[in-house]
Ligand binder design. Sequence first.
Ligand SMILES: C[S@@+](CC[C@H](N)C(=O)[O-])C[C@H]1O[C@@H](n2cnc3c(N)ncnc32)[C@H](O)[C@@H]1O
Length: 222
Amino acid sequence: MTNPQWTEVDQYFTDTIAPADEALTAALADSAAAGLPEIAVAPNQGKLLQLLARTQGARSILEIGTLGGYSTIWLARALPEDGRLITLEYDPAHADVARANIARAGLDKTVEVRTGAALDTLPQLETEGAGPFDLVFIDADKVNNPHYVTWALKLSRPGTLIIVDNVVRGGGVATPHPDDPAITGTREMFDLVAREPRLDATALQTVGAKGYDGLLLARVVG
Ligand SMILES: C[S@@+](CC[C@H](N)C(=O)[O-])C[C@H]1O[C@@H](n2cnc3c(N)ncnc32)[C@H](O)[C@@H]1O
């Protein structure tokens, strides 16, 4: 679902208070040129992620779902010089584009792109003692969202902020859709968050250049 007015207003917000710079613009251009799907967050959403990371005082960030590294760059710029961001990407071609985009943004010392299915790379992070992360951004295959939130909790501390993108599914999230694994996974994630006493959460619907969607925000409280 899209609407020209939503796009126009997003453009206005982006132009006035969340302008892209050369590295961000080039990251999107090179991602498109490499044939990656145009499903990165919108610029004003990237800025929201950055503001949340800064508000959080994040020193360590975990991202699940890198694509071309666009949201990665917004998030990594919130980190202090000695901060770190690990981002997990299944598709090696996406990871290669992301690494180049991240290096051009001057963030290759801060960001590590790990290739592989996140359900394989997340246990490795635990084994390495890579956590706890101050912020986790989940934006990969939606069917695995319940597993990703469970892993985010394992790799968190009280105070960690967990953000899950694309939770509205065109409005489908409100009712069961047994034939749609992304909706089913998202609803299972909401059930998990609802019964998890260590999470305090809300979710918001959004409209904009990326259409009708939304995100879940959860704070680890214990
Ligand atoms: C919506 S895109 C990420 C967009 C990115 N966060 C941004 O806003 O710039 C989702 C990405 O998750 C990746 N992905 C899908 N399944 C995955 C899995 N099982 N493990 C890790 N990454 C996966 C896809 O290849 C794709 O690049």
